[in-house]
Design a protein around this ligand. Sequence first.
Ligand SMILES: Cc1cc2nc3c(=O)[nH]c(=O)nc-3n(C[C@H](O)[C@H](O)[C@H](O)COP(=O)(O)O)c2cc1C
Length: 194
Amino acid sequence: MIHNEVLDCIRSRRSTRQFKEEQIKEEELEALLEAAVWAPSGSNSQSWLFTAVQNQETLAKLNGLVKEGFQRWVPDDDYPGKLGVKASAQKEGWNFFHHAPTLIIASNRPNYENAMADCALALENLFLAANSLGLGSCYINQLHWLRHDPEVREFLFELGIPKEHTICSSAAVGYIAKESVVPPRKEGTVRIIK
Ligand SMILES: Cc1cc2nc3c(=O)[nH]c(=O)nc-3n(C[C@H](O)[C@H](O)[C@H](O)COP(=O)(O)O)c2cc1C
């Protein structure tokens, strides 16, 4: 097995789901956003928008709107876990970004087939950068699922995310309160043809 800083950072990155309340430093946020925008993008579009939300009242309001949105929401496919999240969203204390102090929302222009791919690559850059700085991070899907919910979209519009943008994903970021267990990687998902 080859070891270097990048490969070890890739191996040790985990999805964090328990964060400290303490906010991350300004320069840490800047480094994460910079890592995101250095990702590749189709035809060098760079049409993404990364909106970092650190205001706790705003985050609490957004969590409330997502909770309400899930009551109206009907999953449109059989993605595992969607129905489970819809149910658990109604529980007391549920928080879709695991109470992280920072949520970075990745959106992209409409009618662009690489919108998700570009944002996903950017978020992986951001996750690895977070790991390299000793921060925890987690991919958060719920805003993508509720991207057509009128009340969630109105609030995101108030935060400056254009109405026509598609909401691709988001990233929860903060200091790690509890390390996540390492989910083993499945066998047989890689082939080499020589
Ligand atoms: C497309 C995608 C959506 C995900 N959505 C969520 C989510 O909404 N909430 C969450 O806690 N984790 C989410 N995750 C994180 C995965 O659960 C996690 O990557 C997986 O369990 C493997 O764990 P690891 O990241 O620690 O290696 C998502 C990951 C991906 C790639």
